[in-house]
Design a protein around this ligand. Structure first.
Ligand SMILES: [Zn+2]
Length: 188
């Protein structure tokens, strides 16, 4: 799974990329987490992508504000919301800003809800999360599993590994290259 401006996903089953019947498998970013939530670029409502991604962060800040949380970061957001970036949120979280910390908690909670659907269908041994926003791992990762556990069988969640991707920004290019070398593995 990659957390960038949107959310990308790929499903590896028994060592092979699973493309699905029409090639659309792995659209993890479009798993719904709020039936009446904001619309994504694909025209659906309340996908995880409209919350736990760079673009979605602003929707998520709205959810934190709805909770009545206040902090210097949230005040700055209210004043200049179009120019606030995920990096600003990350920097504020590092400075112990309560609102920014709560924002990343919600970020992880929403990821946990979406990933519960993946786990319920596929029971994978591991979920690997990369992308730019994965740099804020320390702030959102701890809330993924408790949230996921509320929607999955305990013995499944307890043995699931949730890991930060090791390849960093090279993951996309290496993945694309690997498709050439492993072309056979990608054929249905
Ligand atoms: Zn969507």
């Amino acid at each position: 799974m990659t957390l960038g401006s949107g959310i990308g996903g790929g499903v590896i089953l028994q060592g092979k990329l699973w493309r699905g019947y029409l090639g659309s498998a792995g659209e993890i970013g479009h798993i719904p987490v709020e039936p009446n939530g904001p619309f994504c670029g694909g025209g659906h409502q309340g996908c995880i992508e409209v919350f736990s991604s760079a673009v979605g962060l602003k929707n998520l800040i709205g959810r934190v504000l709805d909770e009545g949380v206040t902090s210097p970061f949230l005040s700055a957001f209210k004043e200049r919301s179009p120019t606030v970036t995920p990096k600003d949120a990350y920097e504020a979280a590092k400075q112990d800003d309560f609102g920014a910390r709560r924002l990343f908690e919600r970020f992880g909670e929403y990821l946990g809800i979406a990933l519960a659907s993946v786990v319920n269908v596929l029971n994978p041994p591991a979920i690997v999360i990369g992308g730019n926003i994965a740099n804020a791992w320390e702030f959102f990762a701890p809330s993924i599993l408790p949230s996921l556990k509320r929607h999955t069988f305990p013995y499944v969640a307890e043995r699931l590994k949730i890991r930060k991707a090791g390849l960093g920004e090279d993951a996309g290019i290496l993945g694309a290259a690997s498709l050439i070398f492993a072309k056979e593995a990608c054929l249905p």
